[in-house]
Design a protein around this ligand. Structure first.
Ligand code: M6R
Length: 612
């Protein structure tokens, strides 16, 4: 999704903006641009389609843009194709105002008509340009730029994070936010805005998260923030715990590979503070055991891989709590008139904490009276702030579009939550509870064992990287695991892939199996191993190549029937998907590497999906 960075200080803005935009590249984009403002020279802008390097090349070929106040943007096209004109910043007709925008202005057609009737000429096909033109229109009648900004915001419908420069006020950058992420950074005689902390972490770790309706005025003297009624407010400051190295590749070829390798540590950070004397303890929860006893329905709501975590979670939570749990895609849940009331718990899962569909589902559930508990990675994100309770995954910044360490930490945290709620309800036997806790303690090490040898995945990728289609099959927890394995593969390698509940094969899917078709058979769920074996035989007898994934103790049995066998250490069944996902991540990674794909920034995808 679009990325915004803005700066006011005493040094040239452009290098800081370009560095920030580079750190936001992971969000996904198709064009980029910067604008600076300076006394005497007004607004100066450069923008173009393509990677940031294209913008850098263009800037190098021209006289430098001089100014110590500026805004930068990476655009992920929604309204209007990716081209130079549709790139941000957008400038008003008179050249007085430049803006960068993340989000969608839903009533832009109506505003555009209004301005066209006033004689305004538009250059781009974007919804965003109306903001620059409308600001310019109000500047004629408003003495103070802030008056114009408030007048414009009152007319906008939709979502926005905005950075605004005015030629008449070269000392000032204005920011505004509604339903799209934006944070403020406090430096030494310099201030920043950014879509996320990675953009400015090299300059400051002192940040505040803007809330909906807020407007900020940044000058060298500092930052003033106003609420939607223009009352000055004091923002709570947060210290970013991680440093700049966490958002850099650190010698790895790709962020995705680095993040796969970081999983043992990410699990440790997520698990250890919540395990005390053999008990799962959530000091951060306001929820009591009595609250848990009152819930009559439980939903897990999320998108993409976070939804896949929910799929595993359904199996685990139902077993641990002996209570029904429904999993819903956020984009479906929000429009399904969900049967939610004040006796419902909605568990919302999101790495970014900014996914628009997930946010909308949260708000829908909240408006119906549900209690919201979110599992989120990005501290201070919108979903975290609007939830009644938050459990943070301590995975650190995840840069690769394909999630790995965030998935793993979400998964373990959800299982721990199930264990905790099961105990609140008195429905987990002591032995079972102790068995899961004991495996939680060694889970990071077991995951580390899998990562200690990657040759087998490289070898399999060299055999199968030319496949047109790869199927994932499994039952129960292995079915839920297959959904994630299949998504990992298709999003970064562009190979078509499907994941099926293995029991469904006979109901249609098996007709797709031909000689040479690759089937990833997931057989890590011990209670259904015999069924998994039968399914392997079924597809093998139709000519499929089978790569089986199982635990070490079943290697021999599967070697007798599968083409290749991948093994993982054994753990408690509820935690087995936490180990099972790692070979699937590595397999997808090496396949994409063989195919020469842009692994960290797959085509058409964005890290944080802040539009519907
Ligand atoms: O930030 P979120 O967890 O809310 O994102 C949800 C999905 O967009 C995300 O999990 C997506 O499917 C992953 N990039 C897949 O690897």
């Amino acid at each position: 999704m679009c990325g915004i960075v803005g700066f006011t200080g005493n040094v040239p803005a452009v290098p800081i903006l370009l560095d920030g935009l580079e750190r936001l590249e992971y969000r996904g984009y198709d064009s980029a641009g910067v604008a600076v403002v300076s006394p005497g020279r007004g607004l100066q802008i450069q923008k173009c389609k393509g990677r940031l390097q294209a913008l850098r090349d263009r800037l190098e070929a021209l006289p430098p843009l001089e100014g110590t106040v500026g805004i930068g943007h990476t655009r992920w096209a929604t309204h209007g194709e990716p081209n130079d004109v549709n790139s941000h910043p957008h400038v008003s007709q008179s050249g007085r105002v430049a803006i960068v925008h993340n989000g969608i202005i839903e009533n832009y057609v109506e505003i555009k008509d209004f301005l066209l009737h006033k004689g305004v000429k538009f250059r781009s096909d974007t919804d965003s340009e109306v903001i620059a033109q409308l600001l310019d229109y109000y500047f004629d009648s408003c003495a103070d730029p802030l008056d114009a900004v408030y007048a414009v915001l009152s007319r906008l419908e939709g979502a926005y994070a905005l950075g605004i420069l005015c030629a008449d006020r070269p000392d000032m950058l204005i920011a505004a936010r509604k339903d799209a992420p934006l944070l403020l950074g406090y430096g030494d005689k310099e201030s920043f805005i950014a879509s996320d902390a990675t953009a400015i972490i090299a300059h400051t770790r002192d940040v505040a998260y803007m809330a909906d309706g807020e407007v900020a005025v940044l000058t060298r003297a500092g930052i003033q923030v106003f609420d939607e009624y223009r009352r000055p407010i004091e923002k709570e400051h947060h210290f970013i715990e991680w440093d700049v190295s966490a958002a850099e590749k650190g010698g790895y070829a790709h962020f995705m590979f680095k993040e796969i390798m970081e999983q043992p540590e990410a699990l440790r950070q997520t698990i250890s503070p919540r395990l005390k004397d053999g008990q799962v303890v959530f000091e951060e929860l306001n929820m009591t055991a009595e609250d848990v006893g009152r819930f009559k329905r439980i939903f897990i709501v999320a998108c993409g891989s976070s939804y896949h975590v929910g799929m595993v979670g359904k199996y685990n939570l139902e077993k641990l709590m002996r209570a029904p749990v429904e999993v819903a895609l956020a984009s479906e849940f929000r429009y399904s008139a969900p049967l939610v009331d004040e006796n419902t718990l909605v568990i919302v899962i999101s790495q970014s904490g900014e996914t628009l569909d997930t946010m909308a589902a949260l708000r829908e559930a909240k408006s119906l009276g549900a209690r919201i508990l979110s599992i989120v990675n990005v501290v201070g994100s919108s979903i975290a702030r609007e939830s009644d309770d938050v459990l943070y995954t301590w995975a650190g910044p995840e840069i690769a579009v394909a999630t790995t360490k965030a998935y793993s930490t979400q998964l373990v945290l959800l299982t721990m939550l199930g264990l905790w709620m099961g105990r609140c309800l008195g429905r987990v036997a002591d032995g079972e509870y102790a068995a899961v806790v004991s495996e939680l303690q060694v889970l990071p090490d077991k995951l580390g064992e899998i990562l200690s040898g990657t040759d087998i995945y490289q070898y399999l990728a060299s055999l199968y990287f030319n496949q047109d289609c790869i199927f994932y099959i499994g039952r129960n927890l292995d079915y839920a695991l297959g959904l994630e394995g299949s998504l990992k593969l298709k999003e970064i390698s562009y190979i078509h892939s499907e994941s099926y509940a293995a029991g469904e094969l006979k109901h249609g899917t098996i007709s797709l199996i031909e000689p040479g078709t690759l089937v990833m058979s997931l057989a890590t769920y011990d209670p259904l191993l015999d069924k998994a074996v039968s399914n392997i035989v079924e597809v093998k007898s139709r000519g499929a190549e089978v790569v089986a994934l199982t635990t070490e103790d079943h290697r021999q049995r599967l070697e007798a029937i599968a083409s290749h066998v991948l093994t993982i250490p054994r753990t408690h069944p509820a935690l087995q998907p936490n180990l099972g996902v790692v070979p699937l991540q590595l397999f997808a990674y090496y396949i994409a590497l063989h195919r020469g794909c842009d692994i960290d920034k797959p085509k058409n995808l964005a890290k944080s999906v802040t539009v519907e």
